[in-house]
Each structure stands twice: as structure tokens, then as C-alpha cells.
Design a protein around this ligand. Structure first.
Ligand SMILES: [Fe+2]
Ligand SMILES: [Fe+2]
Length: 492
């Protein structure tokens, strides 16, 4: 008997019926659970002698039958022949429709209530037709042979009641496990929404990466390509990947919002301070009248130049030279003092060669990986999800060692992380809704991913599956449509 560890509800119910049939040498068995008020749910029926298609059903507690009788009375019931139910068992009616339909002959029955440790009845476990040994075929069509079949005795009742108590504990454990899992899942999802919302540019990113990663892993698992045969993800593995996807950027919680949301080379504060100095210079120039006219023109012009230089574009050579001139520009303030146009920190920001982050700010953003890991490894994930912290820790590593934070190479990056990296980059490129950075069209996104594969940064066989199976089309529609512009068009 193996009831512990069966997390799938139906597997557990089947196992309870199968094990009890084997234990008591019975030809058939069934199980009912009390799930909804006023009725029993007919969950499992097994029969070793006839083939049939089982359909779950609801049975009102008001219908007189063996299972309802046992459930309502909370006591075991033993019947020698269901076609000759003693008159003392008033209210017990045998439903013979199964027998009539399949040419089967039900005879002896033993039904016990499934009670938890507090005595509450959770359902009914019922065994039919006791035999001499499990392998014996049930002689439905011979009354003489039927008469020779054994009957359930008191020992069988005790045995099945003990078994039902174990089954009750397993059912309750499973319910608790599911409750904990649901609670934890809701908590993780709520946290992810909170983290993603700190940066409107990546809203919904974690959920999309989670689903893309699972779909790519599933496709790689199912593919029959020679070089993918070693990839095989179980349902539990895929669930682990889903959760790893949800939490992979958890560490962003430790990155300042001003950095996460930065859209220009200059920060908001830097821009305001430069503007204030220029305004002051303009005021002083205005006071000088005609003599200040050229300063006024210069300051107005450099302000628009600075705004242009602050845009997160690649710094061209000419712009770099102009920046050098601007960094030396001084003018008179309203109190007659000498003012500089740009502070040294402003110059550093405007010198950013590409994008909008200074080296320090980039480091801060990159620290989200280590912060994710530090946070996630404190959570007792249990054996099934134990790899989640490590997967998250590796989601920015690249095969050629040019990734971060540990510059891992090749196989030292776990397969799960290598799969996630492709999906993470795909989503970052294709779904950005930052004001300054339009989402890339699909072709351009794939072109960038492909060039990373060619540079040996992403795994070629995984990328091949990603493209061949159009993994992005597998995103649940509700997640994809809003967040990935143009995806609905591509998918159509
Ligand atoms: Fe990340
Ligand atoms: Fe990410």
C-alpha cells in the first residue's frame, strides 16, 4: 500500500480502492466522497471482471443506497447478497443498473465510512464480491459457483475500517498540502505583481517569462531531435520552472525605483538642477540688457542641446566633442558669481556611450540577480522546488561567460536557466512599453536572439525549438495580448 506522496487527487483515490481490493481479495470496489452539501460524489469504481467506462456522478443523500446509508449512519455495512437484502436493513436499496447493463452479478458487499481522526465522515469505501484470490474471475453466470464464493467476515470489517482510517489521513494531508500550495502560489503571484509594478516598463514581464519558459521546456522535452533526447521535464519539473519564472526578478525589490525607471542619461534631479542654473544665468543676462543678449541665446541653445544629449541613444563622436565644450562652459549667475553649466556628475551621465545607465546604475540593476538569490534561498521550497533559487541566480548568465553576476560558462549554467534566459531576453526585447524604447517587432527580436546564438551566448538547440515551435504563440492569450504588442497580429 502506497498512499503517501500521491499528490494527484485521482491517483490517491484510485490507489485507495485498488489497494483495498487487493488486500481483501475483492472483484470490485468503489469510493464516494462528501464534497458538496446534501450529496455524495461517486469518484472511483474499479472492476476486475468487466470492462466499463466510469463516469463520475453526484448522488443525493436522500437516495436510498448502500453508500448513502453508510455515510449517513457512520457505520460499516456487510451484506451477503445484495439481491436478498434482509428486511432488517430498511432503507438500503441496491442499484442493479450496473449489473443489468454489463451482465455482471454483484453479490457480497462490505462498505465502511472513511472517518478522520475527529470522527467526521469524509466518504465511503465499498468493496464488492469477495473472492478466494485476487486473480480469480468472478462467476457472474453460475449460481452454483457464486454460492461457493467466500463472504466478508468480521475480521474483514476491522481490516477495511483500519485501512479507511489510513486513507482518511492521506486524503486530509492531501487537502492540507493543496491548501498550502494554493496559499503560497497566491502569495508569490501577489508579490510578483508588486515587483513588476515598480517598473511600468516591465509590467507583466515575470508572468510572461514564466509561461514562455515552461512552454519552451515542454517543447524541448517533446521534440524528437537527436540532440534534444537528453531533455525530459516531468510535470513537477515544469511546475518548478513556472515558479522560478514568476520569481526570477524578485531581487528588483532591492533596486531603487529611480534607477529601474530611468529613461534618460540625466536623472530627474540632475535635469532640474541644470535647468535652475540656466534660468539663473538667463536672469542675469536679461539684467545686462543688450550686453547679455548673446549669453541668453547661448544658454537657450545649450539647454536644448543638453536635452538632446540626455536621450538614451548611442553617443556619436561629434556629440562627444560638443559635450566636452559644454563641460567647460561657464556663465555669470544672478549674484555676479561664476556658474558652471554642468557638474562633473552631469558630464559622467551625459558621457554614457549607450542606453541611459551609468556604470554604477548598471551595477545596481544587475545586483537584482544576487538579491533574488539571497532572498529566494531563504524560502524552504522543499525537494520538488529546491532548484528555484539557483535557476533565478543564473538567468543572466551567458554560455560564453559574458553574462553576470558570476560569469558562468556552458554546462555550469543549469539547463533550466539556459531555457529561461532565451525567454527572458525575448520578452525584454519584444514587450517593452517604455516611452523612449518601443517594443521591437518579432523579426528584429529574433534577429538579435539569433546573433546571440551565433556568438555562442545562447544555446542553439533550444533557440531552434523556440523558433520552430513559435513558443511566443503559446502564451495564454490573456497574458499575451495586452503586453506583447503585435503578437496577436503575428499569432493570427
Ligand atoms: Fe533579470
Ligand atoms: Fe527578467
Amino acid at each position: 500500500m502506497q498512499l503517501i506522496g500521491l499528490k494527484n487527487p485521482l491517483d490517491l483515490l484510485h490507489s485507495i480502492v485498488r489497494s483495498s481490493m487487493d488486500l481483501l481479495n475483492c472483484d470490485a470496489g468503489s469510493l464516494y466522497l462528501h464534497k458538496d452539501e446534501g450529496q455524495l460524489s461517486f469518484e472511483v469504481a474499479l472492476n476486475d471482471s468487466v470492462d466499463f467506462e466510469f463516469q463520475r456522478a453526484k448522488i443525493p443523500l436522500t437516495r436510498p443506497g448502500v453508500a448513502t446509508h453508510v455515510y449517513l449512519g457512520g457505520k460499516s455495512l456487510r451484506i451477503r447478497d445484495v439481491y436478498r437484502i434482509p428486511t432488517s436493513l430498511k432503507g438500503v436499496v441496491f442499484d442493479s443498473s450496473f449489473d443489468a447493463k454489463l451482465g455482471y452479478r454483484t453479490r457480497s458487499v462490505l462498505a465502511v465510512p472513511i472517518k478522520n481522526s475527529r470522527g467526521a465522515v469524509l466518504g465511503v469505501l465499498q468493496l464488492l464480491n469477495k473472492k478466494n484470490r485476487s486473480s480469480q474471475h468472478w462467476p457472474s453466470h453460475s449460481e452454483a459457483a457464486l454460492a461457493k464464493m467466500p463472504q466478508f467476515d468480521k475480521q474483514d470489517v476491522e481490516l477495511l475500517e483500519s485501512f479507511a482510517a489510513v486513507a482518511a489521513a492521506s486524503l486530509e494531508n492531501q487537502g492540507l498540502y493543496r491548501e498550502i500550495e494554493t496559499l503560497f502560489e497566491s502569495f508569490v503571484k501577489a508579490s510578483v505583481v508588486a515587483i513588476d509594478s515598480r517598473d511600468p516598463g516591465t509590467r507583466g514581464h515575470s508572468v510572461r517569462v514564466a509561461h514562455l519558459t515552461v512552454e519552451l521546456a515542454r517543447a524541448a522535452s517533446e521534440a524528437s531531435d537527436e540532440d534534444l533526447l537528453d531533455i525530459c521535464f516531468s510535470d513537477d519539473d515544469l511546475k518548478e520552472l513556472l515558479w522560478a519564472g514568476y520569481v526570477h526578478d524578485f531581487g528588483k525589490i532591492g533596486v531603487r525605483e529611480s534607477t529601474l525607471q530611468k529613461e534618460q542619461k540625466l536623472t530627474e534631479v540632475q535635469r532640474l538642477r541644470i535647468e535652475a542654473r540656466i534660468q539663473d544665468g538667463l536672469l542675469a543676462a536679461e539684467r545686462r540688457g543688450e550686453a547679455g543678449r548673446s549669453t541668453q541665446e547661448t544658454l537657450t541653445k545649450v539647454w536644448s542641446e543638453i536635452l538632446e544629449l540626455s536621450r538614451p541613444t548611442v553617443l556619436a563622436e561629434a556629440a562627444g566633442l560638443r559635450l566636452e565644450e559644454l563641460s567647460r562652459l561657464e556663465f555669470e549667475g544672478s549674484r555676479g558669481e561664476v556658474r558652471v553649466l554642468l557638474e562633473p556628475a552631469d558630464v559622467v551621465s551625459l558621457q554614457i556611450a549607450k542606453g541611459c545607465l551609468t556604470p554604477e546604475e548598471r551595477k545596481e540593476i544587475e545586483s537584482h540577480v544576487t538579491q533574488s538569490y539571497d532572498f529566494l534561498r531563504r524560502i524552504p521550497w522543499g525537494p520538488k522546488f529546491r532548484r528555484i533559487p539557483e535557476i533565478a541566480y543564473c538567468h543572466h548568465e551567458l554560455l560564453d561567460g559574458s553574462g553576470y553576476p558570476r560569469r558562468l560558462k556552458g554546462d555550469s549554467i543549469p539547463l533550466c536557466a539556459r531555457i529561461m534566459t532565451i525567454c527572458d531576453i525575448f520578452d525584454a526585447l519584444s514587450a517593452s512599453d517604455r516611452a523612449y524604447k518601443a517594443a521591437l517587432p518579432l523579426e528584429k527580436t529574433l534577429w538579435i536572439l539569433n546573433s546571440m546564438v551565433e556568438r555562442g551566448q545562447l544555446e542553439a538547440r533550444l533557440y531552434r525549438v523556440f523558433v520552430r515551435e513559435k513558443i511566443w504563440e503559446r502564451l495564454p492569450r490573456a497574458i499575451a495580448v495586452e503586453a506583447v504588442p503585435g503578437l496577436s497580429k503575428i499569432a493570427a
